[in-house]
Design a protein around this ligand. Structure first.
Ligand code: ATP
Length: 301
């Protein structure tokens, strides 16, 4: 039940004591395996189909004491792009965890294609999702093997194609050992390069639903454009549920879901929420002010 919390949110994981963390790390590795490694499955087209519509129905969840999500009703049609925004501790990561079944709701249910996600076998459910979080797990194996986790048995050509789509192919080829470079826990690669390897893995997996913690895209300010471009390409034709910290990157999403205190307090397009002039509009204004301050200080404005 407690599986995977460590993988999903380093912030959440920090809340655990050292002992708890060890237990969770152990348990989460099994879960990482289940999420990332798939038996031979037919190649999915990456295009979300009707069966991939997601619904949260009156979902409530608590980690043991108070409810951290309450009465969540949310419908995500196949192919839609949804951003989860809101203050720290609002419940954004928890919502993503429930979708991936790292935890199950205490009340209500989550459905995929109208079916309670608890009724799917784990491999069938895992096949539908690719998850990308701040802690992208790179194993001490070759770059090729790290990408191939997305689809065991993939050919070298497929791996290179996934790397090309994620804009990782160039830098990988420039390494002396290329795809055979052994990663020692990712040492020697920039945050952005690691990120693009993780994106390549997700391309290879080709799942229709992408759950992503956008904070990952912060890792490397220099490579941010490349990462954003790779993520945009990955998002095409898929359902995307993104925990967003940089509001500008999700401005054009179909819907922005504003969470506060475990409840959805605002929900709509960027323009609709700006017109509403509530908490999202306030966050947008302070975000815009911070951005123009940075640009001015950088001498570009
Ligand atoms: P952030 O933007 O800071 O990542 P968030 O909106 O993603 O925040 P969550 O991580 O979902 O928020 O946390 C919601 C609430 O649940 C917070 O009060 C948090 O302290 C608590 N919480 C999160 N993970 C755990 C956990 N594993 N055990 C106990 N409480 C947790």
């Amino acid at each position: 039940f407690m599986l995977g919390a460590f993988l999903l949110s380093s912030i959440g994981a920090r809340l655990f004591g050292a002992m708890g963390r060890l237990r969770i790390q152990e348990a989460s590795l099994a879960r990482v395996d289940a999420l990332l490694r798939l038996p031979d499955l037919p190649l999915l087209e990456g295009v979300a189909a009707d069966g991939d519509s997601i619904r949260f129905e009156k979902v409530g969840f608590s980690y043991g004491r108070d409810f951290v999500l309450e009465n969540i009703d949310l419908e995500i049609e196949a192919g839609q792009k949804i951003a989860l925004v809101g203050p720290s501790g609002a419940g954004k990561s928890t919502l993503a965890r429930l979708l991936l079944r790292f935890f199950d709701p205490d009340t209500g249910r989550v459905t995929l294609g109208g079916r309670d996600i608890r009724s799917f076998s784990q491999p069938v459910l895992a096949e539908r999702f690719a998850a990308m979080f701040q802690d992208n797990f790179l194993f001490s194996q070759t770059i090729r093997a790290n990408i191939a986790i997305g689809r065991p048995g993939a050919s070298d050509a497929e791996i290179a194609e996934a790397a090309r789509l994620s804009r990782a192919d160039d830098f990988i080829r420039a390494l002396p050992a290329g795809y055979d470079t052994v990663l020692h826990r990712g040492e020697g690669l920039s945050g952005g390069q690691k990120q693009r390897i993780a994106i390549a893995r997700a391309f290879l997996k080709n799942a229709p639903i992408l759950v992503l913690d956008e904070a990952a895209a912060y890792l490397d300010p220099d490579g941010q454009y490349e990462i954003q471009a790779a993520l945009n390409a990955l998002a095409t034709g898929r359902t995307v549920i993104a925990i967003a910290h940089r509001l500008s990157s999700v401005r054009h999403f179909d819907r922005i879901v504003y969470l506060e205190g475990g409840r959805i307090t605002e929900c709509g397009s960027h323009d609709a929420l700006i017109a509403l002039d509530g908490a999202y509009a306030r966050q947008w204004r302070s975000h815009a002010a911070a951005r123009s301050f940075t640009l001015r200080n950088a001498g570009t404005v």
